[in-house]
Write a protein that binds this ligand. Structure first.
Ligand code: NIG
Ligand code: FE
Length: 427
């Protein structure tokens, strides 16, 4: 018998998304479905997953444990949002209106708007303000089923302000149940005061900010916007190598607007992930497919920027790349914390199957942040990070648009969202 302190009995369908992880090609469509599935955990870790009969035979519920009835519910792993720009201040609806009048995202950036607007607001914000913005965003994410989130700095672009963003991320660890994985993205843009002397900014990043981030142990990943007019391929290589020396793992915003070759570089440098990839070349697809670097697709961006062009998800999957989906939550190009919406966009706009999109938002997403050993799938020994949706079957999660079907969320074996509302003091 296995002792448990939390159990969910008889879900209509339980999607385990079980490994091997990462999932490539046909394996990306395997969601590990259990009908009338039961799951139990002890002290935050999954100890049992199986059918009703095995559940009765093998699981011993401790006194005062919580047992939820899964009738009418579909269960799946908590979403892992592997790409967000969480700690920002200010919003950009005025620029959104300009875009609706015909300005492109890049034209706004050339006018000194775009990322610069958010840099100004974020520099002006206190740590306390940033912290409170992040907390309410994490609340929204949790209600929408995200239990692990990657979060990037990159709106500070100075020693002080990058550290401020990263320190906010560190504080969140003790304040919120969602697991926050910090990424240093001082190379998000060259700040205006360095526009005429960009090599000085690169030097500042390498010689001052990176060592400080490392010394204070404030980030697990390094990310860079490798893009025409932002950081060139050569600059990206230099910075990536410096970050690797500082023992950070690598992510690259690659081939978003222009095909510069960021995807190939990511594969060559052994990056954990390459992100965006709307304009990835044939060679980039081939190289990524043969590498261990995840391809993190962000369909919210093509949607939000109303771009005709989409990331070639089908080709990436069919060639064998590890495809994940994420929100890219940020105020300029994807103002949404909603992973289910992104999953739906994966199906509706990238031609992924429902099963592929689910795995891309859970198991492969965990791989894209190097957390697949502990979350992203429902397997014995992993964290009990589970969402329970009001739906008769899992295709309904994609078919039924514009509602939040998530009724309960369990994080680390604790019920943190009950009937769609955050349970306070339970983390
Ligand atoms: O991932 N592409 C670069 N950075 C963000 C957008 C940041 C912004 O517009 O504020 C992105 O899309
Ligand atoms: Fe981004």
């Amino acid at each position: 018998m296995k002792s448990a302190d939390l159990a969910v009995a008889s879900c209509e369908q339980l999607l385990t998304c079980r490994g091997p992880i990462p999932k490539r090609k046909e394996a990306l469509a395997e969601v590990g479905l259990l009908k009338k599935g039961c799951i139990a955990s002890y002290k935050g870790k999954i100890v049992f997953i199986g059918d009703e009969k095995e559940f009765c035979r093998e699981v011993q519920l401790e006194k005062n444990s919580l047992c939820l009835e899964g009738k009418g519910l579909v269960g799946l792993p908590g979403f892992v949002d592997s790409h967000t720009h969480l700690p920002f201040a200010g919003t950009r609806e005025e620029e959104f209106v300009l875009r609706l009048k015909g300005y492109t995202y890049q034209q706004l950036s050339e006018k000194g708007l775009g990322i610069q607007t958010t840099v100004k607001a974020t520099r002006a914000a206190s740590k306390k303000e940033l912290l409170s913005f992040c907390l309410s965003r994490l609340d929204r994410m949790l209600i929408l089923g995200t239990t692990t989130v990657e979060a990037k700095s990159g709106y500070g672009l100075s020693l002080e302000d990058e550290i401020k963003q990263l320190e906010v991320l560190k504080e969140l660890r003790n304040l919120h149940p969602v697991d926050v994985i910090p990424t240093f993205m001082g190379a998000h843009e060259v700040p205006p005061e360095y526009k005429e002397r960009r090599s000085d900014y690169i030097e500042l990043l390498v010689k001052k900010i990176l060592p400080r981030v490392r010394e204070k142990n404030l980030a697990e990943f390094f990310d860079i916007f490798c893009e025409k007019g932002v950081f060139s391929l050569e600059e990206t290589r230099k910075l990536v190598q410096a970050a690797k020396k500082a023992a950070l793992k690598i992510k690259i915003h690659a081939d978003e607007f222009v095909s510069l070759g960021g995807a190939q570089l990511a594969a060559e440098e052994g990056a954990t992930s390459a992100e965006h990839l709307i304009n990835i070349s044939d060679e980039g697809i081939k190289k990524l497919a043969r590498s261990s670097t995840a391809a993190v697709l962000l369909p919210g961006v093509s949607f939000f920027l109303m771009l005709e062009k989409k990331a070639p998800a089908r080709r990436l999957i069919d060639e064998g790349a590890v495809v994940a989906l994420a929100t890219d939550f940020n105020p300029g190009s994807s103002m949404t914390e909603n992973m289910l919406f992104v999953l739906q966009l994966g199906v509706f706009t990238l031609k992924m199957s429902i099963e592929e999109a689910i795995n891309a938002a859970t198991a492969n997403a965990a791989y894209a942040v190097d957390r697949h050993q502990e979350t992203g799938s429902l397997e014995v020994g992993k964290k009990m990070d589970l969402i329970l949706c009001e739906a008769p079957n899992y295709p309904t999660l994609v078919y039924r648009l514009g509602i939040n079907p998530i009724k309960h969320v369990i994080k680390n074996g604790k019920l943190v969202v009950k009937d769609g509302k955050i349970v306070r003091g339970n983390s």
